[in-house]
Design a protein around this ligand. Structure first.
Ligand code: COA
Length: 355
C-alpha cells in the first residue's frame, strides 16, 4: 500500500464581489444581521454566460495541475464535487475534462454529491484509489456556482445571503514517505433529516417523501399523471427550485458533528488537538468555526477562516481555504492539517494531513 499526498493545489474565485449592502437592494436584510449571524461581509458571484461551475472548477484545476508540476495529460482520474452542477446530467466531471482539453479517454470522471462535505468525500475516494496503486494523479475538484440558483427575494434571505461562488482543486499522488500525506479520512451520513437542508425540485420524488406527506403539500401528484411531476408551475411559484434550509436545526447539529468527527480523526492517529497546526473547517458560518476553535482551545492562527470574503462556497470552501493557507505560507511542510465538514444529507467528515 502507498500513502497519498496532496502534490498540487489551486483555487479560483470570480471577480464580481457582492457586499451585504448590495443584497439589501434586492431583499429585506441588513449588513448588521448578516455579519452578526454569519460573519460574512461579501461573496463572489460568477460572470453570467461565461463562468459556470465546471468553468470555475477548471480554473482551479489548471492552477492545481501547474502547482503539482505535471501535465494535464498525466491526470488519470477526475473527481468533481458540487451541488450546483451545470446540468442535472451529465455531471461536471466530464465537462471539466472537456474544458481542460483532455481528449484521452483512458481516464475516468466521477461526480460527488455530498454538498458541504463533498470535498472531504472526494478526497477520501482519491486517497483510496492512490493508496491501492490504481491511480497516480487524481484531480479532486470542488466548485460551486450558487448565485445562479438562489432565491433573491426576501423569502429566500436566510439561505441566499450565505452562499457564494468559487472553485478549489488538488492533485493527489502516491508518496513513499510515510511521514507525509493523508493520514486518515472519516466519512459519516444520516439521511433522517434529508429535507432540512435541501433542493427539492426538479426531482423524481412525486410527493413521496415525509416533508410532502407531513405538510400535505399538493403539487398535483396523482397516480394517473404523466409528466409535470418532475417540475411544475406550482413548484416554481412556491420556490421549490431553490435551496431550503432550517438554519437553527442545521446549526445545532453542525456544532455537535464538527468536534466529534475531528476527535475521531485524532483518536485514530493517536494525535491530540495540541498537534494540530491548522484546522481548515468547511466555511459554513463563522460562528460555527469559532465554536469549534474554542472547544479545542485553538488560537486564531490555527484556524483558517475566509467566509468573511467568500461566504459559504460549499464543496469549494475547503479547497479554497486550504489553497489560500498554503499560498500565504500559513501552512508549512511538516504541519498537521485537519479538514472537517458538515452539511446537507446530513453528511460530515474529516481528514488529517501531514503537509
Ligand atoms: N436578513 C435579515 N433577517 C433574516 C435573514 C436575513 N438574511 N434571514 C433570516 N432572518 C430573520 C428570520 O426571518 C427570523 O426572523 P423572525 O425572528 O422575525 O422570525 C430571524 O432572522 C431569525 O432567524 P433564524 O433562522 O432563527 O436565525 P439564526 O440566528 O439561526 O441564523 C443562520 C440563521 C442561517 C445564519 C443560522 O441558522 C445558520 O448559520 N445555520 C447553519 C447554516 C449552515 O451552516 N448551513 C450550511 C450547511 S453547511
Amino acid at each position: 500500500m502507498f500513502q497519498s499526498k496532496i502534490a498540487g493545489i489551486g483555487h479560483f474565485v470570480p471577480e464580481w464581489e457582492v457586499t451585504n449592502e448590495d443584497l439589501t437592494k434586492v431583499m429585506d436584510t441588513s449588513n448588521e444581521w448578516i455579519v452578526e449571524r454569519t460573519g460574512i461581509q461579501s461573496r463572489r458571484y460568477g460572470k453570467r454566460h461565461e463562468e459556470t461551475t465546471a468553468v470555475l472548477g477548471t480554473k482551479a484545476a489548471v492552477a492545481a495541475i501547474e502547482n503539482a508540476g505535471i501535465e494535464k495529460e498525466e491526470i488519470d482520474f477526475i473527481i468533481f464535487a458540487t451541488l450546483s452542477p451545470d446540468y442535472f446530467f451529465p455531471g461536471c466531471g466530464v465537462l471539466l475534462q472537456r474544458e481542460l482539453g483532455i481528449t484521452n479517454t483512458g481516464l475516468g470522471a466521477l461526480d460527488i454529491r455530498n454538498q458541504c462535505s463533498g470535498f472531504i468525500y472526494a478526497l477520501s475516494v482519491a486517497d483510496q484509489f492512490v493508496k491501492t496503486g490504481m491511480y497516480k494523479n487524481v484531480l479532486v475538484v470542488g466548485a460551486e456556482m450558487h448565485s445562479m440558483g438562489l432565491d433573491f427575494s426576501t423569502r429566500g434571505r436566510n439561505v441566499s445571503v450565505i452562499f457564494g461562488d468559487g472553485g478549489g482543486a488538488v492533485v493527489v499522488q502516491p508518496t513513499e514517505n510515510k511521514n507525509e500525506g493523508i493520514l486518515t479520512t472519516h466519512l459519516h451520513s444520516d439521511g433522517t433529516y434529508a429535507e432540512k437542508l435541501a433542493f427539492l425540485s426538479p426531482g423524481s420524488h412525486a410527493g413521496y417523501h415525509q416533508k410532502y406527506l407531513d405538510e400535505k403539500l399538493d403539487y398535483g401528484f396523482s397516480d394517473e399523471t404523466y409528466g409535470e411531476l418532475f417540475l411544475n408551475e406550482k413548484m416554481l411559484k412556491d420556490g421549490l427550485v431553490y435551496p431550503q434550509m432550517e438554519g437553527p436545526f442545521v446549526f445545532k447539529l453542525a456544532v455537535q458533528k464538527f468536534p466529534e468527527v475531528i476527535q475521531e480523526a485524532l483518536d485514530k492517529t493517536g494525535l491530540t488537538t495540541k498537534d494540530i497546526d491548522m484546522l481548515v473547517p468547511h466555511q459554513a458560518n463563522l460562528r460555527i468555526s469559532q465554536f469549534v476553535q474554542k472547544k479545542f482551545g485553538l488560537n486564531d492562527h490555527q484556524v483558517w477562516n475566509n467566509i468573511q470574503k467568500y461566504g459559504n462556497t460549499t464543496a469549494a470552501s475547503i479547497p479554497i481555504a486550504l489553497s489560500e493557507a498554503v499560498q500565504t505560507g500559513a501552512i508549512q511542510k511538516g504541519n498537521l492539517v485537519c479538514l472537517a465538514a458538515f452539511g446537507s444529507g446530513f453528511t460530515w467528515g474529516s481528514a488529517l494531513i501531514r503537509w
